[in-house]
Design a protein around this ligand. Structure first.
Ligand SMILES: [Zn+2]
Length: 125
């Protein structure tokens, strides 16, 4: 995964200017003094880069919406990230059998069924 670089004030200012000081998601401006979050447009875990071009200023609520999903969970990062990890894990680990107990077979059964359908107790050998 790409390493995150420090978000310096200079970098934040640069990204703000590049986005016309507007939220990159809803395209609305920010209130004076409103908290601005810097969001990876394509999450790092999904292959995004830590370059300025992949980062946009974002309202806190817009950021939450992207990360945790809105009314539909489709496309929300945490679900996509979980999916990516799940698939990667599946790829790495060999599939384990779900059978915990091996069958002991019929060798030790006390009864046997004859061809005509009658069930008889096995004589001891
Ligand atoms: Zn917004």
């Amino acid at each position: 995964m790409t390493k995150r670089r420090a978000m310096t004030p200079a970098r934040k200012a640069r990204i703000m200017v590049a986005h016309d000081e507007k939220c990159w998601r809803c395209k609305e401006g920010f209130e004076n003094g409103e908290r601005v979050e810097f969001d990876h447009k394509l999450a790092l875990a999904r292959g995004g880069t830590d370059d300025d071009e992949n980062i946009g200023p974002c309202h806190v609520h817009c950021h939450k919406l992207k990360t945790f999903g809105g009314s539909t969970k489709l496309g929300a990062d945490i679900f996509e990230i979980a999916k990516t990890k799940r698939l990667a894990k599946k790829h790495r680990e060999p599939k384990k059998s779900k059978h915990k107990w091996p069958s002991r077979g019929f060798g030790n059964a006390r009864y046997k069924k004859k061809l005509d359908g009658t069930v008889v107790r096995k004589e001891k050998a």
